[in-house]
Write a protein that binds this ligand. Structure first.
Ligand SMILES: Cc1cc2nc3c(=O)[nH]c(=O)nc-3n(C[C@H](O)[C@H](O)[C@H](O)COP(=O)(O)OP(=O)(O)OC[C@H]3O[C@@H](n4cnc5c(N)ncnc54)[C@H](O)[C@@H]3O)c2cc1C
Length: 507
């Protein structure tokens, strides 16, 4: 179904479910809704996964540290989901070994090992290998350059790892193949409300500048850190339910810090937080992250020099030979954790990562909080709530049909073999990849392809104007756009690029 067809459907049909927000939470709800046969539309005001869902630590995990906060329910749910995701998305969710080192004493090492074994038990039947204790020599064999001073040993255990943006986009693509109408760059602007019922939602299609009206039986607000903003449009309420925190990551070459194993390190500051180094596309290692209160606009996030210093200082203590400086940074990224305000006055690091589902109008359901890892169960619970309130089972057409078959990059190469040329020096990204993402994975702008679908933005230290222009030209051909569009894309992408390559890195 083309974008034009999707827009036609939005205009002509009444949906069972309209999901506002195409991050991982919206993707999970769409997955559950179409599986149960509900007529579903999902919209996002920007690209799918352009919010928090492309800016995480990309771990599919129960969250060892939440055990310390006694959040057993959250950890258990996420561990069950980890196993589910490893099986459902084997190309996107993979096992990854973690090493938790111990510096204090052999007793502390024994306690850490016990807690990690308990974490393994909470997971129930798991396909991942069991945890094991490591000597200090074994820790440094796995983590070359790791600080060995006073190291008592460590524990090796397994969790999952993913490409967060692509997992979101793939889940939305699957929902589309199963009948959902999906539109990125379609912003929820105004709810038409009669009494306690939302009758329709007026949206703006940012690609055509057209106004659209969506009719649905249930509207679901899955807009992450924008939850208050969307709620305000529906109810006029200004009371805030969200209290986000900012998390920054720094990306370096894996020649600086190797990333076959995730190193868990301590911040070495009074906040006593854990940080991680983990693998990313294009032989990169990601170091992260920060966790600071955030009161600014969710639409304009910045990484500060202080954020970067905090991360580099922590890793320079744990990997002294790496001698990391700003010059080693290939890119940075910042995201906002969609945390609910639990009115506890706890610091951001200790605040709950639980999610909440609640009604604010008769047919406006909200879901916020949670984690990437739990997106499928969050989606199911959300649909459970939607059904209990509004949708009778007879409403649902239980037979859902796979409407399209998967097309691969190889099929595109069969059309035109010249598309196998690589566009960016040293990166395995071809012209065919750009065509494929534009034709089949919803890319509408250059940043959609270069940031969320191919991770080129993270991997280049310097802006490569010629290759970006070529990317825009390839997309223009697919999207039937003209030369001014190509020039505008170059400008837009350069603005976007600056967020990932702030100027202070060059000073
Ligand atoms: C630094 C950091 C590290 C993390 N690490 C992990 C981890 O390792 N593992 C893990 O499980 N979780 C992790 N998380 C948490 C996880 O990333 C989030 O819980 C999850 O991505 C939130 O997804 P979401 O769909 O709720 O929000 P988002 O991804 O932000 O999606 C909301 C969407 O709503 C859209 N929207 C907003 N307003 C409108 C509107 N008016 N109309 C239409 N659309 C609208 C936005 O454009 C956005 O795309 C991390 C989070 C952060 C910040």
């Amino acid at each position: 179904m083309s974008r034009a067809n999707s827009i036609q459907k939005v205009k002509n049909e009444t949906f069972d479910v309209c999901i506002i927000g195409g991050g991982i939470t919206g993707a999970g709800i769409a997955t559950a809704a179409v599986q149960q046969g509900y007529k579903t539309v999902l919209i996002d005001k920007n690209d799918f996964a352009s919010g928090t869902s492309s800016r995480s630590s990309k771990m599919i995990h129960g969250g060892l540290r939440y055990l310390k906060m006694l959040q057993f329910g959250l950890v258990r749910e996420a561990l069950l989901e980890r196993e589910h995701l490893l099986k459902k998305y084997p190309a996107l969710v993979k096992p990854l070994p973690f090493i938790m080192p111990s510096y204090k004493s052999k007793i502390e090492l024994a306690i850490v090992s016990f807690v990690i074994r308990f974490y393994g038990k909470l997971a129930g039947k798991s396909s991942l290998p069991k945890s094991k204790k490591l000597s200090s020599d074994e820790v440094t064999q796995h983590l070359p350059g790791f600080n060995k001073n006073n190291l008592k040993g460590g524990v090796l255990y397994w969790d999952g790892w993913t490409n967060d943006a692509m997992l979101t986009i793939q889940a939305i693509k699957d929902a589309k193949q199963n009948g959902a109408v999906t539109l990125n760059y379609c912003e929820a602007k105004k709810f038409m409300v009669e009494g306690e019922t939302v009758k329709s939602l007026t949206c703006s299609d940012k690609i055509s500048s057209e106004e659209l009206s969506i009719s649905a039986k249930v509207f679901i607000n899955a807009s992450g850190v924008w939850t208050d903003d969307v709620l305000n449009k529906a109810t006029g309420e200004t009371h805030k339910v969200m209290k986000p925190s900012k998390g920054v990551h720094v990306v370096v070459s894996n020649k600086k810090i190797a990333s076959g194993y995730v190193a868990i390190i301590e911040s070495g500051t009074t906040d006593k937080r854990y940080l991680y180094s983990f693998p990313w596309e294009h032989n990169l290692t990601v170091l992260g992250n920060t966790d600071t209160e955030y009161n600014g606009s969710a639409d304009k996030l910045e990484t500060t020099e202080a954020d970067v210093k905090y991360i580099l200082n922590a890793f320079n203590k744990s990997f002294p030979n790496a001698n990391l400086s700003k010059r080693d940074i290939v890119s940075v990224y910042a995201g906002l954790r969609p945390m609910l305000d639990d009115e506890s006055n706890k610091g951001t690091y200790s605040r709950s990562r639980e999610y909440r589902i609640w009604w604010s109008k008769k047919n406006l359901l909200n879901i916020a909080g949670g984690k990437l890892t739990s997106f499928l169960s969050m989606g199911e619970r959300c649909m459970q709530a939607a059904k209990e309130q509004l949708l009778t089972p007879e409403n649902a057409n239980k037979t859902f049909v796979q409407t399209q078959t998967a097309v691969t990059v190889n099929d595109i190469l069969k059309e035109d073999n010249s598309l196998q040329r690589k566009l960016f020096d040293g990166l395995n990204v071809t012209a065919a990849d750009i065509v494929w993402h534009t034709r089949h994975l919803f890319a509408e702008k250059v940043e959609d392809v270069l940031t969320r679908r191919t991770a080129v933005t993270y991997a280049l230290k310097n802006f490569n104007e010629a290759a970006v222009r070529e990317t825009a030209s390839i997309m223009a051909k697919e999207l039937k756009k003209d030369e001014p569009w190509i020039n505008a894309q170059l400008q837009d992408y350069f603005e976007h690029w600056k967020e990932y390559h702030p100027e202070f890195l060059n000073s």
